[in-house]
Ligand binder design. Structure first.
Ligand SMILES: C=CC1=C(C)c2cc3[nH]c(cc4nc(cc5[nH]c(cc1n2)c(C)c5CCC(=O)O)C(CCC(=O)O)=C4C)c(C)c3C=C
Ligand SMILES: [Fe+2]
Ligand SMILES: [Fe+2]
Length: 363
């Protein structure tokens, strides 16, 4: 193994704590070439597509990366904002709020954000935290439900970075927060606020990102965690039975994925005479292509096309105040034991560094 030369922590430097808020990643632009780069990295991750490389590589590079980028780029173009991709906009904004709210609570921490695929990369942002003097880093994925394809893949990127580092900081990893009372409460408050304005639907559809069905049989807790989130949200809303349905969206390829699938379920509901549905995507902490395009555009059209009368999409948590408080609480719980309320003392650090250097010179 070759380790990079890197600026070491300096003796006596004030120890700092960092938080890395990590999301999936998004293309740099809504163009075929940007999509090809993004999808090649994303779909080339063995955590995401668990097929032997010899089998998957010819399909990915020979077919998918020739066909999908143009189609996907056209979809991204419909949701792109002047500030860029919504996923990037929300991820960055959430990190800024987290920094501010931890500061208000008296914590001296540095919060940065990264993307598992594309930029800013996990390695680049960990380098930046280290360069800022962070000797302790909390890895906080933007996924409430643990999944090997997402959460573990973020951890892989951190391990790969640490494997090349000489002086590795103390690391902590947040696994999941699918049943966190603050997260559930923020979701429930969002739904209740929508209902206060528009009345209650016949059915609340809670749509989570899908995964290949075999990952459940192989022990991935993702499916169970989605159902637990849904149950807790339903309890918080006081709904039960046929008042809500859990579905899985974004199926990729022909294999069986977690069921029931979101869009066919909505079509079936419309055909059964359900006139109004509300759809919420509790697994996504920020709106992105999967919610704004796939749900709010495609699924809406499918439901209305099948005879449904009203389709309400309830936006993701994004910069919701209750959610940002919950996220700050989650970070705070995981920082416990790290002395973040002690201001890094630059003067003491400099004095101690001088002493260490003087000692070194004397020997
Ligand atoms: C085999 C393919 C895929 C698996 C497995 C998968 C799991 C998975 N993904 C998310 C969250 C997001 N996925 C997003 C986009 C997206 N996902 C896939 C494929 C798989 N996802 C693709 C090809 C795409 C890109 C869009 C497209 O071409 O259709 C996003 C949004 C990104 C954005 O730029 O807005 C998120 C977020 C989870 C949580 C998950 C497993 C639990
Ligand atoms: Fe995905
Ligand atoms: Fe999708």
């Amino acid at each position: 193994m070759t380790m990079r030369a890197e600026p070491p922590y300096t003796h006596g430097q004030a120890a700092r704590t960092g938080i890395l808020w990590v999301n999936l990643g998004t293309p740099a632009a809504p163009t075929s070439s940007a999509l090809r780069r993004y999808l090649a990295q994303f779909l080339g991750d063995p955590r995401v597509v668990e097929l032997p490389r010899a089998l998957w590589w010819p399909i990915l590079h020979g077919i998918i990366l020739n066909v999908r980028p143009a189609k996907s780029a056209a979809k991204y173009a419909t949701i792109w904002t002047p500030e860029g991709s919504p996923l990037k906009v929300w991820t960055e904004r959430q990190a800024k709020y987290l920094q501010g709210m931890l500061g208000e609570r008296g914590h001296h921490v540095i919060v940065r954000w990264a993307m598992r695929y594309g930029e800013p990369s996990v390695a680049r942002e960990l380098d930046a935290l280290k360069a800022a003097g962070c000797t302790r880093i909390l890895i906080l994925p933007a996924y409430p439900q643990y999944c090997a394809a997402t959460t573990a893949s973020v951890f892989d990127a951190v391990y790969a970075w640490a494997g090349r580092a000489r002086w590795v900081p103390e690391l902590r990893f947040v696994n999941h927060y699918h049943d966190d009372p603050g997260y559930i409460g923020a979701l429930a408050a969002r739904v209740r606020a929508h209902w206060a304005q528009h009345g209650q639907p016949q059915r609340l559809v809670m749509s989570f990102h899908g995964m290949p069905a075999h990952t459940l049989q192989r022990g991935d807790p993702y499916h169970c965690e989605c159902h637990k989130t849904a149950r807790l949200l339903a309890e918080a809303l006081g709904i039960e039975g046929e008042q809500y349905t859990v579905t899985f969206q974004s199926r990729f390829g022909k294999a069986k994925w977690l069921e029931p699938y979101t869009e066919p379920t909505l079509v079936q509901l419309a055909r059964q005479g359900v006139e109004r549905v509300d759809v919420i995507c509790p697994g996504f902490t920020g709106d992105c292509i999967e919610t704004l395009e796939e749900i709010d555009q495609e699924a809406r059209a499918a439901f209305l096309g099948a005879g449904g009368r009203a389709f309400h999409y309830i936006p993701c948590l994004n910069d919701d105040a209750a959610w940002l408080r919950a996220l700050t609480d989650i970070a705070e719980q995981h920082l416990a034991g790290w002395p973040t309320r002690t201001a890094p003392d630059a003067a003491a650090g400099a004095a101690s560094r001088q002493r260490a250097l003087a000692l070194g010179a004397a020997q």
